[in-house]
Design a protein around this ligand. Structure first.
Ligand code: NAP
Length: 270
């Protein structure tokens, strides 16, 4: 038996990157996977390849969420796993500077609309479909939801709010006896298309940037989408049935310490 056999799983932003890897893994472990995304052609072909389902869904649009949840309820009668994964930094969308001094109100609100409103709407409508039979909601935060990111301040703020909202959802569902667990993921430096705008314009620039970033990661390399997909598999399965309201860091050790920590010198005694 697969680890999520016969479960119905919905993934937002499932057409590429972490969402795509997770869709493939959950399907290989027995789930029926519903992929949603704004990238329609890519999403449809992924869904076909795993015998899943695709719905176009802009996570910031409440009306579209209502339609997707209604359709899933009608077709499957339940939802077991909801991975609120879709998110943007704001660089690809050409929203202008993202630092606290120069970011526009419009850009700030847009990033929050997709990241935070998207996760909020997913939880709100996910609860409505899950509350009779129970389920697992996994919200995509980031290491940036735990520490400040000067050059991507709206992203960091939105991810911090997702981290907190996850705990409110977890406690609310527990209080109401819904048997819905809700946890947040905090990846750092996972090599996906999200990074493309930050890795230069040529292959050699890209390799140079990846080497530079890797040198700041305790494990010495960037993560891959499957590193996060396995965490979703665990939190979506019954193996994690006693786990709710946690934040799971997947970052090669970045958040374990500080680069400003004192180094041990051979001249130091004791
Ligand atoms: P990705 O490769 O850019 O994939 C994200 C997917 O979400 C894309 O298909 C994207 O479509 C889609 N999307 C964007 N806006 C959407 C919207 N409004 N509604 C629905 N779908 C939308 O990114 P990723 O690296 O896999 O990241 C997935 C999640 O992990 C994000 O929430 C990100 O913040 C988080 N995360 C990533 C890392 C990392 O290092 N990669 C670290 C921490 C957290 P388009 O291509 O059209 O935008």
């Amino acid at each position: 038996m697969g680890r999520v056999q016969n479960k119905i799983a919905l993934i937002t932003g499932g057409s590429r990157g972490i969402g795509l890897a997770t869709a493939r893994l959950l399907a290989s472990e027995g789930a029926t996977v519903i992929i949603t995304d704004i990238l329609v052609d890519e999403g449809k072909s992924v869904a076909d390849s795993i015998r899943g389902k695709f719905y176009a869904l802009n996570v910031g649009n409440e009306h579209e969420w209502q339609g997707v949840i209604r359709a899933v309820g009608k077709e499957f009668g339940k939802l077991d796993i909801l991975f609120n994964n879709a998110g943007i930094i704001g660089f690809s969308q050409k929203l202008g500077p993202q630092d606290p001094e120069n970011i526009s109100l419009k850009a700030w609100q847009y990033v929050h609309k997709i990241n935070l409103d998207g996760a909020f709407l997913g939880c709100k409508y996910g609860i409505s479909l899950m509350k009779d039979q129970g389920g697992s909601i996994i919200n995509m935060s980031s290491r940036s939801g735990i520490v400040g990111i000067p050059g991507a301040s709206a992203y960091a703020s939105s991810k911090a709010a997702i981290r907190n909202h996850t705990k409110s959802v977890a406690l609310y569902c527990a209080e109401n006896g819904y048997n819905i667990r809700c946890n947040s993921l905090h990846p750092g430096a996972i090599l996906t298309p999200l990074w493309d705008p930050m890795l230069g314009n040529t292959e050699s620039e890209r390799q140079e940037m990846i080497t530079t970033i890797s040198s700041t990661i305790p494990l010495g390399h960037m993560g891959e989408p499957m590193d996060v997909a396995y965490a979703v598999l665990y939190l979506g399965s019954e193996e994690s049935k006693y786990i709710t309201g946690i934040e799971l860091t997947i970052d090669g050790g970045i958040l374990a310490g500080s680069s400003a920590s004192p180094k041990k010198h051979s001249s130091c005694k004791g």
